[in-house]
Design a protein around this ligand. Structure first.
Ligand SMILES: CC(C)(COP(=O)(O)OP(=O)(O)OC[C@H]1O[C@@H](n2cnc3c(N)ncnc32)[C@H](O)[C@@H]1OP(=O)(O)O)[C@@H](O)C(=O)NCCC(=O)NCCS
Length: 179
């Protein structure tokens, strides 16, 4: 398993992934982007990463693919910073595992790898949100060190807001603790 930036060689697997999702709500949100022109989709994801021509209200964000051989098995999206909207509900990271690959600890792994990317971006702490009723998601966040900070109401749904210290911060805390 590898975490990579989107690439043209995965077009077929991406199309299969979207088909497999069917009518399910898609996480993270870039899975909703039009992919009929695959090169245009890749260009759009890259503009998000580089903060070029972002739609109103959006912050720069990097999309990662978790791949196994020639298959995309999961997708994550790392927001480079928070604005008021995603500070309230949304957080730094959105992610999903392809349906056929769920329940095999890949969600845990994808979040772990994306938290490493967050650390590389100097994001600390990292806020990861999920709907309270989404037990696999909450457990995945807790398995990665998430601590429940608050619960809020967003459009009639309870959103849990977890906070995670990225690896670098944890080491720093340990080092200070040892002094
Ligand atoms: C949430 C999601 C990413 C988890 O990925 P996954 O690969 O299925 O999860 P994992 O196998 O890594 O398991 C994560 C945790 O959830 C638990 N879990 C998995 N499936 C579960 C289920 N159906 N019910 C309850 N708990 C479940 C696992 O036991 C594990 O907890 P643990 O580490 O305490 O044992 C995946 O279910 C998904 O893509 N869902 C749709 C999109 C989504 O909801 N994204 C999150 C938006 S915030």
């Amino acid at each position: 398993m590898q975490l990579i930036l989107p690439g043209i060689e995965y077009e077929e697997s991406y199309r299969d992934y979207i088909e497999e999702l069917g009518d399910e709500e898609r996480y993270p949100f870039p899975l909703d982007f039009d992919h009929s022109d695959f090169a245009a989709l890749l260009a759009k994801l890259e503009r998000f990463r580089q903060s070029i021509d972002l739609p109103e209200g959006f912050v720069p964000a990097t999309t990662y693919w978790l791949v196994h051989g020639s298959d995309i098995v999961g997708v994550s999206n790392l927001r480079h910073y928070l604005n008021d909207r995603i500070r309230y509900a949304g957080g730094h990271i959105g992610l999903g595992i392809r349906p056929a690959w769920r329940g095999r600890a890949l969600g845990n792994r994808l979040l772990e790898l994306t938290l490493e990317k967050a650390a590389e971006h100097g994001i600390n702490p990292v806020y990861v949100h999920c709907h309270k009723h989404n037990e696999p998601s909450a457990r995945m966040i807790i398995a990665n060190g998430g601590v429940l900070e608050s619960e809020i109401n967003d459009d009639g749904e309870v959103v849990q807001r977890y906070v995670v210290n990225t690896p670098k911060q944890s080491h720093t805390v340990r080092a200070y603790g040892a002094v």
